[in-house]
Design a protein around this ligand. Structure first.
Ligand SMILES: Cc1cc2nc3c(=O)[nH]c(=O)nc-3n(C[C@H](O)[C@H](O)[C@H](O)COP(=O)(O)O)c2cc1C
Length: 192
């Protein structure tokens, strides 16, 4: 049997952002989406605030969110910079994905500073990304400027904020190596 650490390292290192043009349009069963979401719930969370809040968009709901994102792009882009191609590409991205998960965080300012909640929330999203990789799903975290305007559409509470969209789909992309500089440049050891 493969050692647990080898399996873990392999999933961590293999995980890549996989974008909708590589998705096959094969439907992800809801039980598999739930498995990805369940992993989020095991992220570390100071004071157990568990700040991750997700909305799963599929089928017609996903298509409608795509149209809303395209509409927001048009609304927020000066007329002379607007590109119909980009507008259409936004709608296509949603249609090409099997599901899109809104990545929302809930804040508890009376208990914790915002940064701790965002850190915990990002750990939850990484758990989802690693689980997606282990399930051979393509996924990526998208953070377009328009996400700041989604509160009303998603009916977010005043203490909730959208930090991105998590696109998912089965894919046909060949493995890609991560682009990273060496860890040695990023760590200092102090031993005496
Ligand atoms: C908070 C966050 C936001 C991101 N937003 C975007 C985005 O808007 N568009 C995009 O193409 N990639 C986005 N990414 C993915 C990064 O581009 C990607 O992680 C990076 O290129 C490294 O590639 P890898 O994920 O395959 O290792 C985001 C990643 C994070 C963590």
């Amino acid at each position: 049997m493969e050692k647990e650490i080898d399996i873990l390292s392999s999933v961590i290192q293999r995980r890549r952002s996989i974008f909708p043009p590589s998705y096959t349009k094969e439907e992800i069963p809801s039980a598999i989406i739930e498995q990805v979401l369940e992993s989020a719930n095991y992220a570390p969370t100071h004071k157990l605030t568990q700040p991750w809040r997700f909305i799963v968009y599929r089928n017609e709901g996903k298509h409608r969110l795509g149209e809303e994102m395209a509409r927001l792009y048009k609304e927020m882009t000066p007329e002379e910079q607007f590109l119909q191609k980009k507008y259409d590409a936004i709608v296509d991205k949603f249609d090409q994905s099997s599901c899109v998960i809104a990545l929302n965080a809930q804040f508890h300012p009376e208990i914790l500073p915002e940064w701790e909640e965002i850190a915990s929330f990002a750990c939850a999203v990484q758990n989802m990304a690693l689980t997606a990789e282990a399930l051979k799903l393509g996924a990526y975290w998208s953070s377009p400027g328009t996400i700041t305007e989604l509160g009303e559409y998603m009916e977010l509470a005043p203490n909730e904020k959208c930090f991105g969209l998590f696109y998912m789909g089965y894919h046909n992309e060949a493995p890609r190596l991560a682009k990273r500089t060496s860890m040695a440049q990023k760590v200092k050891w102090v031993e005496d």
